[in-house]
Structures are given as structure tokens and as C-alpha cells.
Design a protein. Structure first.
Length: 264
């Protein structure tokens, strides 16, 4: 189901009914859904009355979800250790400019995406599916990946090997992976490397108005290495806040230490 289209439709229908009612009341002195019954009492249409009452709710949700913040749930391990299965996040929809709902045409410009941003975007091979990855390559960048190490414009992205990742819950399959700090120049973040798995190596130039994205779980992520670049028009927004964690396979189910954590 296209929730965005459904919400826009409900807002439009309820708004239209509200407008009709407003002008009927203004010029005739009564609501258009009011009728006089046999006892000379006003009788209201339950459907119309409820539709009008829900209009401001639909409108507020539409504005917030389309132009301000949108919630998403993390369904896979591809962004571990930054994001875990069962994390609920908020995405900043106005960070990269405002887009019209459903058709997604940009009508207000804002900031340009930066290297290291964690972004939600519409999957290029099926735009109905939202994906989340980290931006590694900006338009015009030369990006190479050899021996599980990034090279950005021929400059090595320094890595600092930490401990073995303490996996748990739905991410338990990542046990044995190495927790590594990676320096992208403007931001340091953590990635997972599985020493037992081979990695897909590549070298490429990022086209204009496109971005190269990778998962932080480098050996367990289907990303630009497999399906190519993300067009600028596919960007939904920047993930910035983790507001809930719910993992039924975890001992505590809810990890309260993750709630309210900013995403970097």
C-alpha cells in the first residue's frame, strides 16, 4: 500500500468536504450535512461530521510526514553497528530540500548531501522500497574499494581496528565480526568487517547528480557495489535520531540505551 498516496487522498477528500461545509454555513447559516427530521430537530450525517473532524489531523500528519520528519523501521543488518534490526528512526525530510508528496518533485532547495550522511532513499531498482545506507561518494568523486579498504579520490580512508563486535539479538549472526573505526575525512564512524568473507572490490567515478552509498556492515550489505548509484531525485532525507528499539530476539526486547541516540 502506498501510504503517502492514501494520506494525500484522505486529506484532499476531507478538506474538500470541509470547504463545502464552510461555504454552505457561511451563506446559508447551517451546515450542509444538517437535515430537519420529523421532530423539527437537526440531524447530522455521521460520516460527513467525522470526515470534517479528521481533516486537521490528516493535514498535520501530511505536512509533518512530507516536509518535516518521517519515521522508518530498520529491517535488516546492513547498517550495523550504527543501526540495528528493530531500530526505529526519524528522517529529516527538509535537509536536502522540500519535495511534493507522491510525485517527489523538488520545489525548495536546501543543503547538499555530505559524505558520511546516513540517508534514506528510494531504491533505484524499485522506487517503492525505501533503503538506508551511508553516502561515501559525492558527484565527481573517484571511489575505490580494495582489500576491504576505501580510497576516496586516491586518498586512503584510515581504519582503526577495535574489538570483536559484541553481537546480540537479531544481529547475533554478526558474531566474530571486527568493529572498526573508519575516517572519511569529515567524519569518523564505525563499520563491521567479517574476516571470514570475501568482499566485492571496485573502482569507479560517481556521475553528476548521483551518490555512491555503502552499508556500514560492509560484508553484509547490498549497496552501490551491486546495483549502482543513487540519483539525487531518489533521496528522501537524512537519518538523524533513533527514537525506539524493539527486538523480540533480544533478551530485553527494548534497548533503552539506544533510545534518543543521534545517528552519525
Amino acid at each position: 500500500m502506498n501510504f503517502e498516496l492514501l494520506l494525500l487522498t484522505l486529506t484532499g477528500i476531507s478538506g474538500l468536504i470541509w470547504l463545502i461545509d464552510y461555504f454552505v454555513f457561511k451563506f446559508k447559516g447551517h451546515h450542509f450535512y444538517e437535515k430537519i427530521d420529523e421532530n423539527n430537530q437537526k440531524k447530522q450525517s455521521f460520516f460527513v461530521e467525522q470526515t470534517i473532524s479528521f481533516f486537521p489531523i490528516f493535514l498535520i500528519v501530511l505536512v509533518l510526514r512530507s516536509f518535516i520528519f518521517e519515521p522508518f523501521k530498520i529491517p535488516s543488518a546492513s547498517m550495523m553497528p550504527t543501526l540495528l534490526i528493530g531500530d526505529f528512526i526519524l528522517v529529516n525530510k527538509y535537509e536536502y530540500g522540500l519535495r511534493l508528496p507522491v510525485i517527489h518533485n523538488k520545489f525548495v532547495d536546501n543543503n547538499a548531501p555530505k559524505r558520511g550522511d546516513v540517508v534514506v532513499f528510494r531504491y533505484p531498482e524499485n522506487p517503492k522500497i525505501p533503503y538506508i545506507k551511508r553516502i561515501i561518494g559525492l558527484p565527481g568523486d573517484k571511489i575505490a574499494y580494495y582489500d576491504k579498504t576505501l580510497y576516496i579520490n586516491d586518498i586512503l580512508a584510515e581504519q582503526t581496528v577495535g574489538k570483536v563486535y559484541p553481537a546480540y539479538g537479531s544481529g547475533l549472526t554478526m558474531s566474530g565480526s571486527l568493529l572498526i573505526s573508519e575516517d572519511l575525512g569529515n567524519i569518523e564512524h564505525e563499520i563491521l568487517i567479517d574476516p571470514e568473507r570475501s568482499s566485492l572490490e571496485f573502482e569507479t567515478i560517481v556521475p553528476d547528480s548521483h551518490y555512491l552509498v555503502l552499508g556500514d556492515n560492509r560484508d553484509n550489505s547490498k549497496d552501490s557495489r551491486y546495483w549502482g548509484f543513487v540519483p539525487e531525485e531518489n533521496l528522501v532525507g537524512r537519518a538523524f535520531l533513533l527514537w525506539m528499539n524493539w527486538d523480540l530476539k533480544s533478551k530485553d526486547v527494548v534497548n533503552f540505551q539506544r533510545i534518543g541516540k543521534f545517528i552519525k
